[in-house]
Write a protein that binds this ligand. Structure first.
Ligand code: FE2
Length: 386
């Protein structure tokens, strides 16, 4: 299916954020993130990676053994986070085309709702393009209703209504019994998921989330906030009414050299999910475990930690331990947060993960952007893409 290229019809409508925030609960109540589905070249091996390195648990499986003819999916879980890894079994079709164009990447950001039919009707009525009309799927454990709409690039949101279902994951899946069950690393839930969009398209997509999904903008960063000597970007954070779903949207800005957002757009061949931020209650133990299992994190220079306490005030953690792991700290009016970024988890310089621990702070680590981008630039330089 074609990408959404033209959203001008959305831009012509006047709306107020206040009104949108008030309306959000009315027309699109979202209970949380239901699952994130990646289209990958080899789901079996990706599943092994996310179990081993990220501590995900085997939950469900669909493939030839369950009657699926054209694809295999592994479902992994850790606390409230559900990842689905899907690989096609045949040479043609939309999953192959997606992988060929984008490499391994996020196709579906699924949202848990009470009424998937109404969610589809309300969003398509407001200008969303349909990906999947409301569809009932059932087995011996009940039924699920799913529907879907396109967002930026070829990424989609699927609305999942599962109140009448008590089976494992979705109809068509069976429990995935595995003798290999590495311990979880303490990942709890998805804090936010970031989309990279094309030049000058940030506002278009923020308006999409505002008008079509009833989200409100909670934060905005311009290129003065987010720039280094070489690269720049702009970012706005959109949130749904209850704050459970937060989607920051980035677009590249002019800098002296190629920005990391441009690099992403080049290698992903268009807009897509840049990073998945997952929350932990103990970032030091989570990151220690992930490092021990082979996850690579961005390097942060020791100079970042000089005068750190002057910048962020008193914190509970031992700075030398944070420094040893390269964990970043930022403070806002409500508290502070700790965060760290993995290197890309795929071969193309596209998708990565963030591990975040919030201690009161509800913001997005603006004070860390410069350190983060300089760290990414060092990686870009090594790739020859700066
Ligand atoms: Fe983030």
């Amino acid at each position: 299916m074609a990408e959404i290229k033209n959203l001008e019809h959305l831009q012509n409508t006047e709306y107020s954020l206040k009104k949108i925030f008030d309306e959000a609960e009315d027309f699109l109540p979202l209970l949380g993130t239901d699952y994130v589905e990646l289209y990958v070249g080899n789901a079996k091996q990706s599943a092994h990676f996310y179990k081993t390195a990220f501590g995900f648990q085997s939950e469900a499986y669909a493939g030839l053994e369950t009657g699926a003819k054209d694809k295999v999916s592994y479902v992994l879980k850790q606390d409230k986070i559900r990842l689905v890894l899907t690989t096609p079994l045949n040479p043609d079709g939309p999953i192959n085309a997606h992988i060929n164009k984008h490499g391994d990447g996020v196709k579906v950001v699924a949202l848990w709702v009470d009424d998937a039919t109404k969610s589809w009707e309300e969003t398509t009525k407001r200008g969303a393009r349909s990906f999947m009309e409301p569809t009932v799927e059932e087995d011996d454990h009940g039924h699920v209703v799913r529907s879907g709409i396109y967002t930026y690039g070829e990424t989609v949101h699927i609305f999942v209504q599962r109140k009448n279902y008590n089976g494992v994951f979705l109809p068509g899946y069976k429990t995935w019994q595995s003798h290999y069950n590495p311990e979880p690393v303490g990942l709890k839930f998805i804090d936010h998921m970031v989309g990279n969009v094309d030049w000058d398209e940030m506002n278009t997509w923020c308006e999409f989330y505002g008008k079509v999904m009833g989200f409100a903008q909670i934060i905005s960063f311009d290129d003065k906030d987010i720039s280094t000597d070489y690269t720049a970007l702009m970012s706005k954070v959109m949130s749904n009414g209850n704050g459970r779903i937060k989607f920051p949207i980035n677009e590249p800005a002019e800098g002296k050299k190629k920005s990391q957002i441009e690099e992403y757009l080049d290698y992903y061949n268009g807009p897509g999910v840049q990073h998945i931020a997952v929350a932990t209650d103990d970032i030091v133990s989570t990151v220690s475990a992930m490092r021990a299992r082979g996850v690579e994190f961005l390097y942060v220079p020791e100079t970042y930690y000089e005068n750190l306490l002057d910048r962020v005030g008193k914190i509970d953690e031992d700075v030398s331990v944070l420094k040893q792991h390269g964990i970043l700290i930022d403070r806002d009016e409500e508290g502070y947060l700790l965060q760290i970024f993995t290197k890309p988890v795929v071969d193309r310089p596209t998708l990565f993960f963030e591990i975040i621990q919030r201690k009161g702070a509800q913001s997005f680590g603006k004070g860390n952007f410069k350190a983060l981008f300089e760290a990414i630039e060092r990686e870009q330089e090594a790739r020859g893409t700066l």
